[in-house]
Design a protein around this ligand. Structure first.
Ligand SMILES: [Zn+2]
Length: 89
């Protein structure tokens, strides 16, 4: 047991301020041409400053308008869809 390891059941999600969206958004990882990880807005794919990323738990996500309970594909029906599944179709 490693006391420095966060409890695995406590999940956190990367969020950051997205200027085009005008709000805090969930981010997703994309790989650039060099294979480096970039963080982008799940709504508009704007590149986000990695230093702006902060990791929040589910309650904070709910405060941002992401309903994570159940995780049943739940993103649709919100502005731009919160799950990152809809934007690229
Ligand atoms: Zn955005």
């Amino acid at each position: 047991m490693d006391a420095l390891t966060p409890a695995p059941e406590v999940r956190h999600f990367p969020v950051a301020r997205c200027v085009p969206c005008g709000r805090d958004v969930l981010t997703h990882v994309v790989l650039d041409a060099a294979g480096r990880e970039d963080r982008c807005c799940v709504h508009c794919d704007a590149a986000l400053d990695p230093e702006e990323i902060r990791w929040v738990g589910v309650p904070a996500l709910n405060d941002l308008g992401y309903a994570m309970e159940g995780e049943n594909e739940g993103g649709c029906g919100r502005e731009g869809c919160g799950q990152g599944r809809c934007g690229n179709r």
